[in-house]
Design a protein around this ligand. Structure first.
Ligand SMILES: [Fe+2]
Length: 288
């Protein structure tokens, strides 16, 4: 039976794998001490495959599944939880097993053969992954990193200023309510949209964009509003906030200019224009 299975699926087992394509799939499988029961053996294969695919990144997992015609029936987080609640309780058929993997060829060919995936298989699969090309945009990595860090501070300042402006929009009171309520709405909407532009520039430079209130709060030079100020104090606080972001943006602009990073310089120029104009408009409200 095992010999027949190997014969029928010989072409698959001889699939070249590895970076040099000098290894066959069959070489990466070891003939372990498979239990005699065919069902148990098949479940063991499913188990190994599930573990393998869980260990890989989502991208790696997709490539492996595509390459070897694997189809996971359940791959969401919820399904992972389901698996962890009932780990590998595979006493039924593969059709009703919640975590089974169907393979167009491998399951059938390997079931009953006593073959198990080895760590070498996992390692070779990883090595055969297409590599992500490095970023080559004419700006050295250290300069990209410095600019991304700087943009992270601009992002954080913008985020805190956004939150403050939105909060003031909600809580402003007094005779200027309507003017300030509407003005703050326009301003927080602009700041909200800017967050995306800044964060995506950080990503384009090859670095993760900071996120989350705690992280951004620590990075920001602007402090959160601790209480609800009077209407004109809100305006004063926002003037100061816009000027603070402008100072941060101006510092990062120098880095972008030195690194010949025109997109960042352009983005920061736009941000400087907005913040300085908004500060002027708010400051005008305070002039008698
Ligand atoms: Fe509103």
């Amino acid at each position: 039976m095992r010999a027949n299975a190997r014969f029928l699926w010989k072409p698959l087992l001889e699939t070249p794998v590895g970076q040099q394509q000098d290894t066959q799939l069959v070489d990466l499988l070891e003939d372990g001490n498979a239990p005699p029961e065919e069902e148990l053996n098949r479940n063991q294969l499913h188990n190994d495959l599930e573990i393998l695919l869980d260990e890989l990144s989502s991208r790696e997992s997709t490539v492996i599944q595509t390459t070897f015609w694997l189809r996971r029936r359940h791959s969401s987080i919820a399904d992972s939880n389901q698996r962890s609640n009932a780990p590998f309780s595979r006493t039924g058929t593969s059709d009703c097993n919640p975590c089974s993997i169907e393979t167009a060829a491998t399951t059938t060919s390997l079931q009953g053969s006593g073959l198990h995936l080895t760590s070498r298989f996992i390692s070779n699969c990883r090595n055969s992954m297409p590599k992500v090309p490095s970023i080559q945009i004419g700006i050295p990595a250290d300069k990209r990193q410095a600019i991304a860090n700087g943009l992270g501070r601009v992002l954080a300042d913008t985020y805190v200023l956004y939150g403050k402006t939105h909060g003031f929009h909600w809580n402003v009171t007094g005779p200027m309510f309507n003017t300030l309520h509407l003005m703050f709405m326009e301003q927080y909407t602009e700041l909200w949209n800017a967050l995306d532009e800044i964060a995506e520039r950080i990503r384009a430079l090859g670095f993760p964009a900071p996120f989350g209130g705690d992280s951004l709060g620590q990075l920001a030079s602007i402090k959160e509003a601790k209480q609800n100020p009077a209407a004109l104090d809100m305006v004063r606080e926002l003037v100061s906030g816009h000027e603070e972001v402008a100072r941060t943006a101006r510092e990062v602009f120098k880095l972008a200019e030195e690194a010949n990073d025109q997109p960042t310089a352009d983005l920061l120029t736009q941000r400087l224009q907005i913040h300085e104009k908004t500060a002027w408009m708010l400051r005008s409200l305070l002039e008698v």
